[in-house]
Design a protein around this ligand. Structure first.
Ligand code: MLT
Ligand code: MN
Ligand code: ZN
Length: 298
């Protein structure tokens, strides 16, 4: 068997076009000149029967509708969905859980701060149907139905905007990357859609990966204009830019043997336009930008 991965959505929070954005890129998407994108999450399976979500975006309902492998059946309430692995607690990665309420027997993996901040929502969701909530960072990782062994690795302390700042020292368990290994083939997928800064953990993950899905939120550090403290760049937004000496492209360029794909693209990102210079530059490095619904095999 192989690991099949469906990129259900590939846009950052707000989607593309974003409902309240009249920028040239969003206008082009509304005109049908650029492909629209739903908010980022993916589904994967190691056996073609048991499917796992990596994050659950607010667009999950339409994403399921567009993906026959995830359709229910044969029984009236049977679903191939077994659970959800959360990388963080960002609204665009967890809001889809409310859409899944009542689904029987789901198992949700998340790190401790994510489970804690979701406690009120977990209480509410568990009243529809109790789910099993597990620690993604448990020692030794965990095994998913379908022959997949997963380890989560802390990659950042970005807290969602809805979380009040209480001071104290940053907790790098807020944001994790997942390493999914197919026990049968030894092949490895790495999923890191929320990364504020490159770190040795990411080098370690990339070095052993056959395929990496990586945070492509922003192309440049000043893409959001003056909304960010001058000079702070997009690292302050919790996402490192693609371009620049400290950007992700320079880092990913060190792993030419690995399939590398950008996801979680913000509506400001020139990579959304296949004819952009940004897109050519990324392609020259061998890094891909794929549309919603793309299926990859690891
Ligand atoms: C992010 O990825 O930075 C957040 O999801 C932004 C948001 O709150 O929409
Ligand atoms: Mn996001
Ligand atoms: Zn826009």
């Amino acid at each position: 068997m192989v690991v099949r991965v469906v990129l259900l959505g590939t846009a950052a929070g707000g989607g593309f076009p974003q409902w309240n954005c009249a920028c040239a890129l969003c206008a082009a998407a509304r005109d049908g000149k650029l492909p629209s994108r739903t908010q980022e999450c993916l589904a994967l399976t190691g056996n073609g029967r048991d499917w796992w979500l990596l994050n659950a975006s607010p667009d999950i309902r339409t994403q399921f509708a567009a993906t026959p492998a995830l359709w229910p059946g044969p029984g009236p309430r049977d679903t191939p969905l077994r659970g959800v692995l959360l990388t963080d607690a960002e609204a665009d990665h967890v809001a889809g859980l409310t859409v899944l309420r009542g689904a029987a027997g789901l198992k949700v993996y998340a790190a401790a701060p994510v489970r804690a901040v979701l406690a009120p929502a977990r209480g509410a969701l568990d009243r529809y149907t109790p789910w099993e909530w597990a620690d993604s960072l448990a020692d030794g990782g965990f095994v998913l139905a379908g022959g997949l062994v997963v380890t989560a690795r802390p990659v950042g302390a970005k807290t969602p905007k809805y979380v009040p700042s209480l001071g104290g020292s940053p907790d790098d368990r807020w944001v994790t990357a997942y390493r999914v290994e197919d026990l049968a083939t030894g092949r490895v997928l790495v999923y890191a859609p929320c990364v504020a800064a490159w770190s040795p953990v990411l080098d370690e993950l990339c070095a052993s990966a056959d395929c990496v899905l990586f945070d492509g939120t922003f192309f440049t550090a000043d893409e959001m204009g003056t909304a960010v403290r001058p000079g702070a760049g997009q690292g302050a937004m919790g996402h490192l830019p693609v371009a620049g000496p400290d950007g992700s492209l320079a880092a990913l360029a060190r792993y030419p043997g690995t399939r590398r794909i950008y996801t979680h693209l913000n509506n400001t990102n020139p990579l959304l336009d296949p004819a952009s210079a940004a897109r050519s530059r990324v392609a020259e490095t061998g890094v891909e930008v794929l549309p919603d619904g793309a299926e990859i095999v690891v």
